[in-house]
Design a binder for this molecule. Sequence first.
Ligand code: NAG
Ligand code: NAG
Ligand code: NAG
Ligand code: NAG
Ligand code: NAG
Ligand code: NAG
Ligand code: NAG
Length: 455
Amino acid sequence: MFRMRHSHILPPAFCIFLLTYFLLVQARHHHSHTKHKHSHSHKSSKTSQPPSRNASVVFNVQTFGAIGDGIADDTESFKMAWDTACQSESEVNVILVPKGFSFIIQSTIFTGPCQGGLVFKVDGTLMPPDGPESWPKNNSRHQWLVFYRITGMSLEGGGLIDGRGQKWWDLPCKPHKGTGETTSTRPCDSPIAVRFFMSSNLTVQGLRIKNSPQFHFRFDGCKNVHIESIYITAPKLSPNTDGIHIENTNDVKIYNSVISNGDDCVSIGSGCYDVDIKNITCGPGHGISIGSLGYHDSRACVSNITVRDSYIKVSDNGVRIKTWQGGSGSVSGVTFSNIQMISVRNPIIIDQFYCLTKDCTNKSSAVSVTNILYTKIKGTYDTRSPPMRFACSDSVPCTNLTLSDIELLPSQGFIVLDPFCWNAYGDLQTLTIPPVSCLLQGTPQSLLDYDITRC
Ligand SMILES: *[C@@H]1O[C@H](CO)[C@@H](O)[C@H](O)[C@H]1NC(C)=O
Ligand SMILES: *[C@@H]1O[C@H](CO)[C@@H](O)[C@H](O)[C@H]1NC(C)=O
Ligand SMILES: *[C@@H]1O[C@H](CO)[C@@H](O)[C@H](O)[C@H]1NC(C)=O
Ligand SMILES: *[C@@H]1O[C@H](CO)[C@@H](O)[C@H](O)[C@H]1NC(C)=O
Ligand SMILES: *[C@@H]1O[C@H](CO)[C@@H](O)[C@H](O)[C@H]1NC(C)=O
Ligand SMILES: *[C@@H]1O[C@H](CO)[C@@H](O)[C@H](O)[C@H]1NC(C)=O
Ligand SMILES: *[C@@H]1O[C@H](CO)[C@@H](O)[C@H](O)[C@H]1NC(C)=O
């Protein structure tokens, strides 16, 4: 009740409320614990069971009526299972999607905060209605499974989330297949498979997810996110099927995962910081991207991002930073370390002229790019474009780019295109293959009186 009445108040008040709630729970927990100890000393101790609070309770969606025959609509059963688990006061509440069954559910928002911790355990298969024709008219076409205002949840299991994207990718409004980059910034309203919104302390682990109509995972306004051992697959030519997109999200770990799809493997949007990506295998796809940032003259701040010990294969890009002309803010403190490239078209690229149409004009402001380290980047590149490209804006040059231990060879033939630099300042710590002679030294004068980069 208390929670319900406060479900529409504004964020600051909401934070105070959460804190109060948290303290109440703590106090209650502490109280029962003390009481337990107390009574213990007075009774002959027959049992050393903890207080009445259950450690873990399982809520199987089938006990709420879900059928799981791959035909029936099980949305209502999932909602009931969620509501019950969310209101349960046990420490861990497991919503079980059992193995050997396929459940179809419509676009649903699973809302918190919940009383205890949650585990959404997908051991079976979860699917949305098949394509835009079967999508209920009153459902959102932007998202399928949404987790909103959750604190402390694990999405896990040995099952499969199958986005059934084919019919969405075939929509006539989709960018033409095979042209690589999309031609439209609006992905003509196809659902993101799994979305976390304004949530914290999240774990996503061990799951397989395939063929999302649009992005597979998207995190907005989240904090403390740990993604571990997940497998994402979609065809090379499926439009906008980014693997994991984060936006306004911080304290993110993405480890030991494998992603192949038709767009960015991982993309990092505005407002992200403290992101650690380690041991991921990307490709085919469009590589790992920071951006695009600064769209429609927006302000973007991205900092402290590390990508290490990873593989990128048969991709349009390797590690990319992309910003539109216009905008403000900065990308700073980025480390790309120990990355093996296999036949990648633009292994190392900064593109401050990012544009999806042919008619973007140059502007006098930009999201600045500074303090970027590339170290131990090795492997092969596709000779259709240069192995390194630093295309920085005229108004705000890139600064303090550091290259060390770079060894990039053509995947076929002997054509070695020279690295490309435009308005890029930085240093080489070691000799590189191929040699880079186009970086500018020092600090550009123009930057000293440029103030809007501050974040
Ligand atoms: C603990 O679990 C049992 C069995 O699942 C259930 O009957 C009981 O209501 C639970 N108690 C609490 C406090 O959740
Ligand atoms: C959509 O309409 C159906 C039938 O009228 C209703 O049961 C369902 O709750 C609606 N869903 C949403 C998300 O409004
Ligand atoms: C969230 O995680 C942080 C760091 O691990 C921890 O300190 C905090 O207690 C957690 N909060 C909740 C509500 O679980
Ligand atoms: C890297 O990730 C892969 C795929 O999940 C896993 O099989 C492998 O054990 C991981 N390597 C290390 C060193 O953790
Ligand atoms: C950068 O992010 C990492 C987590 O990825 C964190 O441990 C570290 O403290 C951050 N560094 C700074 C300077 O904030
Ligand atoms: C924008 O600036 C770049 C670098 O100066 C230049 O190569 C490009 O032609 C310009 N584009 C337009 C549309 O003026
Ligand atoms: C240049 O960037 C590196 C990280 O790549 C950082 O350690 C160093 O402090 C930066 N130098 C300046 C002058 O900001």
